[in-house]
Design a protein around this ligand. Sequence first.
Ligand SMILES: [Fe+2]
Ligand SMILES: [Fe+2]
Length: 159
Amino acid sequence: MKGNEKLLTVLNELLADELTAISQYMVHSEMCDNWGYDKLHKAIEKQAMDEMHHAEWLIQRIIFLEGAPVVAKLNPIQIGKSVPDMIGKDQDAEQAAVRAYNAAIRLAHEVDVQASVDLLTNILKMEEGHVDWAEKQRAQVEQMGLENYLSNQAEGAAG
Ligand SMILES: [Fe+2]
Ligand SMILES: [Fe+2]
């Protein structure tokens, strides 16, 4: 099924965002592992896997619409130097993703491709969940202090 060219371009832009997020989160996840913050390592690794699913779904959709998925393009990757820095940079990326998916959904409505609207909406909900996760971490750091927050993230910590 031949897709709308403008929509295919936007789907490829979203794909580049997702591939960038996978790399950023894999690095952050492994940095947390190296510091011994096991819970953060696992939580960020799970996010990297969510982004991998998004990339997979976008690739499927682009191929279905007879476009060519561009997988060689990454945007600048923002690596944090500390845990709060990482979470802040990841939150910025997720907020940008929420804006980009909302814009893509508007376009898919305009060009009347309801199936793309549904796919993009499913991904958007997951991105909102990622923003929410980052907000929760920042709230916890603010409320309990960075040292307490980090000691909860180490292996064997309660909670
Ligand atoms: Fe994503
Ligand atoms: Fe995300």
